[in-house]
Design a protein around this ligand. Structure first.
Ligand code: NCD
Length: 331
């Protein structure tokens, strides 16, 4: 089964012309067509993942994927690991806490070490914005950004777009409010890029201290009042307060933050009656979102986002390794 909005393969340029990039470092590099191409490719993996006991394809059999995570992660790391394994690849995980990074090795030396092991794809998460691009420039295989500092988290934006498309039947012409700690969020940045590119009206809703400068250049409207910001929205996307990235006091208290910006059932009534609620996780229940909203299956897409994450990452790993695998038409 494919989604109603999936385009036929004949709509795209043939073979490798449909996706010309060697790496996936950010949404900023992609066109709307390339985003649709990945989302459409992910649909078949949603079907496979839901198909029963034997959720396995051998497209990537014999390939080695390294997940190099220099920063903590639960769902992104697991999701990339499961995605690689479902496609038949050998997947190894490197956690910074157990690596030579803790011994003072430079990022370039770590990159050269990973490269010497002749991986077929490297998935990287790093606390520094731009670190993934730096490594991508040094290694011979495709590199996928699993989140770099405050910069980008492209697979999160792709899985969010797929979730919206499946839930609301389209991911264009919608009003989408991204609420919370936008300043420190790579999820917000990648989502703003992807969702505006696809033709949606994107709003940012946050306390003045957590709105990045020059938002108008990203074609988004900013709101400091939550009720106004989510009024009439089709999608309300909540973000965690990223305390680990805050180097000072941005907010009086978590309690006051919840009073002004927490998503409660009453506040959600300001959005469209059938609006969906998203959150990339991890959630801080009772701070940016109430449990009664997060756990409402009619509104919340939070577990579906996790499910779409596996399918989208399978699509990205498949597409980016086609040149190495010498798939016909992918030179
Ligand atoms: C996000 C991240 O790491 O950027 N989480 C995720 O990937 N699902 C958001 C966050 O940490 O709050």
């Amino acid at each position: 089964m494919t989604n109603a909005t999936t385009r036929p393969a004949s709509d795209y340029p043939p073979g490798g012309d449909a996706f010309r990039h060697r790496h996936l470092t950010g949404i900023a590099q992609l066109t709307p067509w390339e985003i649709s191409y990945i989302l459409d490719a992910a649909e078949q993996w949603v079907d496979l993942n839901r198909s029963g006991a034997a959720k396995h394809d051998d497209a990537l059999a014999g390939l080695t994927i390294i997940n190099a995570f220099f920063e903590n992660s639960t769902r992104t790391l697991l999701s990339f690991e499961i995605a690689g394994k479902r496609l038949g690849a050998d997947v190894v995980n490197m956690h910074a806490a157990q690596s030579s990074v803790k011994k003072g090795e430079t990022l370039i030396d770590t990159a050269m070490t990973l490269n010497a092991m002749r991986a077929d794809a490297i998935v990287i998460r790093h606390s520094a914005s731009g670190a993934v691009q730096l490594i991508a420039d040094k290694v011979d295989c495709p590199v996928l950004n699993a989140g770099d500092g405050r910069h980008e988290h492209p697979t999160q934006a792709l899985l969010d777009a797929l979730t919206i498309r499946r839930r609301l039947g389209k991911v264009e012409g919608l009003t989408i409010a991204i609420c919370g700690d936008v300043l420190h969020s790579r999820v917000a940045r990648s989502n703003i890029l992807a969702l505006t590119l696809l033709g949606n009206e994107v709003r940012v809703v946050a306390p003045p201290t957590l709105i990045p400068p020059a938002m108008e250049r990203m074609h988004v409207a900013t709101f400091t009042d939550m009720d106004e910001g989510i009024a009439g929205a089709d999608v309300v996307m909540m973000l965690r307060l990223q305390n680990e990235r805050m180097d000072g006091a941005y907010l009086p208290s978590a309690r006051e933050y919840h009073a002004l910006y927490g998503l409660t059932p009453q506040r959600l009534e300001k959005a469209k009656p059938d609006a969906i609620v998203m959150h990339p996780g991890p959630m801080n229940r009772g701070v940016e979102i109430d449990s009664s909203v997060a756990d409402d299956p009619a509104r919340s897409t939070i577990t579906e986002q996790v499910e779409m994450g596996v399918a989208v990452r399978m699509a990205c790993l498949d597409i980016l390794t086609r040149r190495t695998r010498k798939v016909p038409g992918w030179n």
